[in-house]
Design a protein around this ligand. Structure first.
Ligand code: SAH
Ligand code: SF4
Length: 395
């Protein structure tokens, strides 16, 4: 661990007032929602029921207009509309890939933008959501890491991405339709978009609690995966306070290489990270930790790497996701050859691990892992800067 590692948790979530000063109900926890209603004049005695009714309208039905909430009195609806809004990020553009992947650019308060990606597969539909604008970490193979602008998303902006994507996909139950009558297009959520979710823990937790709430968006905790680059002190909280599945951006088998690829390794190295993963409280034995491993040509893709990886993770219930490197303009790496990726996977597979090679999705629209970066971000770093920060010899 070096003292000068450029790792900071220096972002704030400022409470964001809606332009007209009204309070946004989206993203409030249940107790906070109830408190807001009481503060706005709802009698204490009714507050619990009103909370439940609003919760269902907002998260089960996708309703944004108080006037349409027919089980509330007209007078109460008008009162709510005066004091509150139901606001989610605005989709400013949508690109659809040849493979069906959809990438949304969503505008949030302050004019910032984040990307959200929908990936349809035969047996599921996964929404990849962002937790920060940009990222304070600077993994040298990640496009998001070259974006300087950073702020934490609010809980409303995080769960709001799910709601906005459900709007676009027409994935809300129709009036009169029961829950679960139609297969859900968004069946899974991965926190693998822009940002380090464990550096925005409280907001991510509150948003995922809403996504998992049985009277709300109602996704099972096993269908939500949080990916971290290795913020060791926050890892256990992920199981304790959210209860979702965990993925770890591992990417290297020696500290020397991981220091360059995932600079947070200089603060919490491989041994420290593995200790945290060994201690990771699992709610059931079948819950494995996903090790993400980006395949970079001649950097981390040798047979010796595969064998070292096996030794390191021995004893941890694990699966390994091999991610062929997705290129972006100016990236200082190349994708490993396909035959190399297969040989690497084979070593893991023969040792008894599931080691799927993640098929790159949405590459034609720059929606694949690690390619996300807001279009508004102008302060592009030069390749030389990226290499210098990563400690790579300048090319
Ligand atoms: N910040 C979190 C989550 C977002 S990144 C994290 O780092 O885990 C989601 C995954 O994509 C991570 O495993 C990340 O390492 C990987 N990734 C980043 N850039 C990539 C690229 N160019 N090609 C392939 N995978 C990449
Ligand atoms: Fe941030 Fe994750 Fe990209 Fe690293 S890989 S820069 S932690 S978004």
């Amino acid at each position: 661990m070096t003292a000068d590692a450029p790792i900071t948790q220096d972002v704030l979530t400022l409470p964001r007032k809606q332009p007209d000063g009204a309070c946004n109900l989206v993203g409030l926890t249940r107790p906070a929602l109830r408190a807001a209603l009481v503060e706005a004049g709802t009698p204490e005695k009714q507050a619990k029921m009103r909370e439940a009714q609003l919760w269902q309208w907002i998260y089960q039905r996708g309703e944004r207009d108080f006037a349409a909430m027919t089980n509330l009195s007209k007078a109460y609806r008008a009162e709510l509309a005066e004091k509150f809004v139901i606001a989610i990020p605005e989709v400013v553009s949508k690109q659809v890939s040849a493979d069906g992947t959809r990438k949304y650019l969503m505008r949030i308060a302050g004019g910032h933008e984040v990307e959200t990606v929908y990936i349809p597969e035969t047996d599921r539909g996964t929404l990849c959501i962002s937790s920060q604008v940009g990222c304070t970490l600077t993994c040298s193979f990640c496009h998001t890491g070259t974006q300087r602008l950073v702020r934490n998303l609010t809980a409303g902006e995080i769960v709001g991405q799910v709601m906005a994507a459900r709007d676009d996909l027409d994935d809300w139950p129709k009036p009169g339709e029961g829950m679960g009558e139609r297969p859900r297009l968004i069946s899974n959520i991965v926190l693998m978009g822009m940002g380090e979710p464990l550096y925005n823990f409280g907001n991510v937790r509150d948003a995922m609690k809403i996504a998992m709430d049985g009277e709300g968006i109602s996704l099972s905790r096993r269908r939500i995966t949080l990916s971290t680059s290795g913020v060791v002190p926050e890892i256990a909280r992920c199981a304790e306070e959210i209860g979702c599945l965990l993925a770890v951006s591992f990417h290297a088998t020696t500290d020397e290489v991981r220091d360059r690829l995932v600079p947070i390794n200089r603060k919490w190295n491989i041994a420290t990270l593995l200790d945290a993963l060994r201690a990771y409280p699992r709610l059931s034995n079948s819950e494995r930790i996903t090790f993400e491993y980006v395949m970079l040509k001649d950097v981390n893709d040798s047979d010796a790497d595969a064998r070292r990886l096996l030794k390191l993770i021995a004893g941890i219930p694990a699966k390994i996701n091999l991610i062929p490197f997705n290129e972006w303009p100016g990236a200082p790496y190349e994708r490993s050859d396909w035959s190399r990726i297969e040989a690497f996977a084979d070593i893991l597979y023969k040792a008894g691990y599931a080691a799927p090679i993640r098929t790159p999705r949405g590459e034609d629209i720059m929606a694949a892992c690690g390619q996300l970066k807001s279009a508004t971000e102008r302060a592009k770093k030069r390749r030389a800067d990226i290499e210098a920060e990563a400690g790579l010899p300048s090319s």
